[in-house]
Design a protein around this ligand. Structure first.
Ligand code: SF4
Ligand code: FE
Length: 490
């Protein structure tokens, strides 16, 4: 059976023994931990929607490797339609969870590693592609979550991996044995790590010829000895510990970021997919980053849909929606959000087949997509805060609303247009707060800025991928500096 139910997925985490720390303490039962559980619920939605006939075409697909029905999150894209469906699936999940649902990094890593290992083998006669294909069949058949890992600690940013005073600043091979390798290092901000079954590690950036120890790609189960997980803090995270969940804004769902330390971790050879091929680390990084820059044209748009919905609702309950400037601001939010979606679809529609047979997005358009994502969600969030009003940051706590003496007064003075608008406004303001400055802003804003590479990384790619000389020639032909051979009629 290739598909797990949401319940089976959650149950599969319960048996896992992870070396996980949060707030300076070891966490054993992380599945029922109130701070962690919302992120597990968000991931579980990637399974839940695959169970529903309504979403079958979007969420499931026939495996190119086994012919079996699998979850699209474990799929190798076989066409531009597959690439577009990936973006549509991510938008749907963003709408359903209002947060980061975490499963995309693995999907993006599969597709990048699959094509890159094929090309490494073609050059060096290695067998990484066969190893990786076997591994991916295992993942597909067990419907596993795999966390793609790229970003190292990176130490002094002005120095390359081999020049760092601490060589562990970039994850590296510290020992090569007959049966495998031993690795040490840290992947600094891993989305959805303890919700995953497996980890797929890739190099962080381009490598010089003598930096072979850092050019490594491999997979291990999350339970592997030597791995330490440290849970990242997020704004207002301890609100999840409160009995009344209204103040969390997003009642059931949330994201998760983990510092993941590899403290001399053994990896058997059959799980090693790159070992010193420094000339392919750039290809792997660019392809993974490209896919993940496409991903943001789906997931951020889905969360944006939720935020726009919250803005519309709060203006209704405040009694101001009919004002023309309010309507216009909501139109502006939609314009920005759909522009992001258009970029996600465009880089997918312009995708092409790789040598290995799976499909890659158009890299230039994926970088344009992500560059817009570093800006537009901030503007959408600014407008949402404008429309929400100052009560967004002055609203009393849920406990005050529930208090036997002051509760009725708090409700009376937060009542606006229509019956029972006090609690509706309370919930919507907390949701807008969550997405624009609370836990949800981690994914909607900061990750939009830095996830899949900070803005400058896209600008470097854009400058490399655009053909400015061609554009110059176009202009010079039009204005007569160059002869225009297109004109061949009298
Ligand atoms: Fe997926 Fe978006 Fe979360 Fe990245 S930020 S894992 S693309 S939902
Ligand atoms: Fe991300």
């Amino acid at each position: 059976m290739s598909l797990k139910t949401a319940q089976e997925y959650i149950d599969s985490l319960r048996t896992r023994k992870l070396n996980l720390y949060m707030f300076g303490e070891k966490v054993d039962n992380y599945v029922d931990n109130p701070i962690i559980r919302p992120s597990i619920n968000a991931m579980a939605m990637t399974y839940k929607l695959a169970e529903e006939p309504e979403y079958e075409d979007l969420m499931t697909v026939t495996s190119s490797l086994t012919g079996e029905k699998i979850n699209r999150f474990t799929h190798l894209h076989q066409s531009t339609t597959d690439l577009m469906n990936k973006v549509k699936m991510q938008r749907l999940l963003g709408q359903k969870t209002g947060c980061c649902f975490q499963r995309c990094v693995g999907m993006d890593a599969f597709n990048a590693v699959f094509s890159t290992t094929f090309e490494i083998d073609a050059k060096y006669g290695t067998n990484y592609h066969e190893r990786f294909t076997k591994y991916l069949i295992y993942v597909q058949q067990n419907d596993l979550v795999v966390d793609g890992c790229m970003t190292d600690a990176r130490g002094d940013r002005s120095k390359s991996p081999g020049q760092q005073p601490d060589p562990d600043a970039y994850l590296r091979v510290v020992e090569r044995r007959e049966d495998g390798i031993v690795v040490r290092g840290c992947k600094l901000h891993q989305t959805g790590m303890v919700n995953s079954h497996e980890i797929l590690v890739m190099p962080n950036n381009s490598m010089k010829n003598d930096e072979k120890d850092w050019a490594v790609c491999f997979a291990v189960p999350t339970e592997t000895p030597g791995i330490i997980y440290v849970y990242g803090r997020q704004s207002s995270d301890t609100r999840k510990l409160e009995a009344n969940k209204i103040d969390t804004g997003n009642i059931n769902f949330g994201g998760q970021e983990i510092m993941t330390i590899f403290d001399d971790v053994f990896v058997p050879w059959e799980r090693v997919f790159m070992n010193g091929e420094t000339d392919f680390s750039t290809m792997l990084v660019e392809r993974f980053a490209g896919y993940h820059r496409q991903s943001y044209g789906g997931c951020k748009v889905g969360t944006g849909d939720t935020l726009i919905g919250a803005a519309k609702a709060i203006t209704d309950y405040n009694g101001v929606y009919k004002a023309s400037h309010v309507k216009d601001k909501i139109v502006e939010m939609c314009h920005l959000n759909e522009t992001l979606y258009a970029c996600g679809i465009a880089c997918s529609a312009e995708g092409r087949k790789t040598q290995s047979g799976n499909y890659m997005i158009d890299l230039l358009l994926a970088n344009i997509c992500k560059q817009n994502v570093t800006r537009f969600p901030y503007e959408i969030a600014r407008i949402a805060q404008d429309l929400a009003g100052g009560l967004l940051v002055t609203l009393p706590s849920a406990e005050d609303f529930d208090h036997p003496e002051i509760g009725p007064l708090v409700k009376k003075y937060t009542q606006a247009a229509g019956d029972n608008t006090s609690e509706k406004r309370q919930r919507l303001l907390r949701l807008i707060e969550n997405i624009t400055m609370g836990c949800g802003a981690v994914a909607y804003l900061t990750e939009s800025m830095h996830g899949a590479g900070s803005p400058q990384a896209q600008r470097i790619m854009i400058s490399r991928l655009v053909d400015l000389e061609h554009k110059k020639e176009l202009a010079e032909k039009i204005c007569g500096i160059q002869e225009n051979s297109d004109i061949n009629w009298k």
